[in-house]
Design a protein around this ligand. Structure first.
Ligand code: ZN
Ligand code: ZN
Length: 203
C-alpha cells in the first residue's frame, strides 16, 4: 500500500480518511483531490534515495550492479538476473501459447509469427531504417564532394547554343558513293550454279 491508503492504514491521528463506499469523503481529502495537492500533515512513503548504492528491489540490500557503460544500475546483479529470467520464462510461456514472437501478449496472425501491430511496427521501423540509410548516403555524398565556391555550369565553360559549332552538312560524297570496283555483270561467283534462290524470293 502506498500514498493515501498507506497513510490511512498506518493508524494514529488522521484528520482525513480514504473515500470508499462505506465512509464518506472528508473535506480535507476533497480539497486535496480538487486542488491536486497533498493534504496537510501527509507523510510521504519512504523512498530509497536515488544516489544510494543499494539495490532498489524490496527485501534486498546488496550493492547495485555496475552497467557496461560504467554507470550504476538500480538493482543488484542477482536481482537483475532473477528479473531477466522471469521475463524470459513468461515470454516463453506466452509464445508457446501462440503469442506474438515480439510482444508475446497478442495473438499471432494466421501463418505469421508476429501480431498485426508488431508487423506494422516492424514495417515502419524497416522503412525508417531505409530512409536513414538513404539520408546518410546523401550526407556522405555531399561531404565527399570537393568544396568549391562555385560549381561551373555549361554556360560558364562557354558551351551555349549561341556559339555552338555549325551542324554537319551532307556532302556530295554521301549522295554519290564510290563506284563498285567489280562490275555487277562480272560477279558471277555470287550466283549458285545449282540454285536460283527461288525459295527466298517472293516475286
Ligand atoms: Zn537486489
Ligand atoms: Zn506482437
Amino acid at each position: 500500500m502506498t500514498g493515501l491508503r498507506a497513510h490511512a492504514a498506518a493508524g494514529g491521528p488522521t484528520h482525513f480518511r480514504v473515500a470508499n463506499t462505506e465512509n464518506t469523503m472528508d473535506l480535507q481529502l476533497l480539497i486535496a483531490q480538487w486542488s491536486g495537492a497533498l493534504p496537510p500533515g501527509f507523510v510521504r512513503p519512504a523512498t530509497r534515495t536515488e544516489g544510494s548504492d543499494r539495490c532498489v528491489q524490496p527485501r534486498c540490500s546488496r550493492k547495485v550492479a555496475i552497467k557496461k557503460d560504467g554507470t550504476p544500475a538500480r538493482s543488484c546483479q542477482r536481482c537483475l538476473d532473477r528479473r531477466a529470467a522471469s521475463c524470459r520464462r513468461r515470454r516463453k510461456a506466452l509464445t508457446a501459447e501462440g503469442g506474438c514472437r515480439r510482444c508475446a501478449y497478442r495473438k499471432r496472425l494466421a501463418g505469421d509469427f508476429l501480431c498485426e501491430r508488431c508487423r506494422e511496427d516492424r514495417d515502419i521501423e524497416r522503412a525508417q531504417k531505409r530512409q536513414d540509410a538513404i539520408d546518410a548516403a546523401a550526407i556522405d555524398d555531399f561531404a565527399a564532394r570537393p568544396d568549391r565556391a562555385h560549381e561551373p555550369s555549361n554556360l560558364d565553360c562557354g558551351i551555349s547554343p549561341w556559339n555552338a559549332r555549325a551542324p554537319r552538312e551532307a556532302s556530295a560524297a554521301y549522295w554519290s558513293p564510290l563506284p563498285d570496283p567489280v562490275p555487277k555483270a562480272e560477279r558471277g561467283w555470287e550466283a549458285s550454279l545449282h540454285d536460283s534462290g527461288w525459295r527466298y524470293r517472293r516475286h
